[in-house]
Design a binder for this molecule. Sequence first.
Ligand code: CP
Length: 308
Amino acid sequence: MSKLSQRHLLGIKDITREDIELIFETADNFKEVINRPIKKVPSLRDVTIANVFFENSTRTRLSFELAEKRLSADVVNFSASGSSVKKGETLLDTVNNILAMKVDMVVMRHASAGAPHFLSKHIKANIVNAGDGTHEHPTQALLDAFSIREQLGGVGGKKIAIIGDILHSRVALSNIFALKKLGAEVMVCGPATLIPKFISTLGVQVELDVAKALEWCDVANVLRIQLERQQLKYFPSLREYSLYYGISKKTLDNLKKKIVLMHPGPINRGVELTSDAADSPHSIILDQVENGVAVRMAVLYLLAGATN
Ligand code: CP
């Protein structure tokens, strides 16, 4: 079996183009498996995986759990709310206690950037970053790029616009790393206050006008306004954001060409996307969710192979 270059998946920054292609080829096989009447394979039998979530999640958490169960792994779930974290237990103590119960892999979401990197230096289990603060969300970027490849036959040379709150988005950063490694042209678009100053050093174009970004791109990956991470006011009101940056089905229908509409979820309906855009034939939002299970199966399977 081919192997990944890393024993953890902490970020897309750390992995190679060959790693990404290997994950996609493996996910192609798992996508076929999860569409069969019998959706389970014994690949991770006797492997125990802990999903350790210190921050809210719907898609990522369910998707990892399903991926693990489809691979026949034993699964334990931990969420910070209702745990001894509330009594003051540290991250390292929490995870070491979970590992003492003979856990092989830890899938972790945490509000602090770098939390999974810290853990990887202190524990033996494989770590998968399921989102760390405003830093990286590697499996989201992998499933996004996998979905683009599926829709357009490849990622290299395609024009991808990432639109919205780039400043607070771990999805944006991981997507930029993945798409650039795969040879795509990448543009970020949003209000100037929501675009970090350093972003052009990553080799992406910056566009403040969403109409121009939509005319330019083959794929629009629209991001949520992350109100929970915004201590300051970056724009006057959600209504004004929606007026200038919100995308409707009519906007998409009126473009000179067909583009693919993506969103990592959760959607703020009526803010970055109208409901008729999110549910339109342009949208592949639920295909992204379906692909997330196959891509996460591939990541877990390959990481388990890296240590066995
Ligand atoms: N896309 C994403 O990470 O969604 P959740 O926060 O629901 O996991």
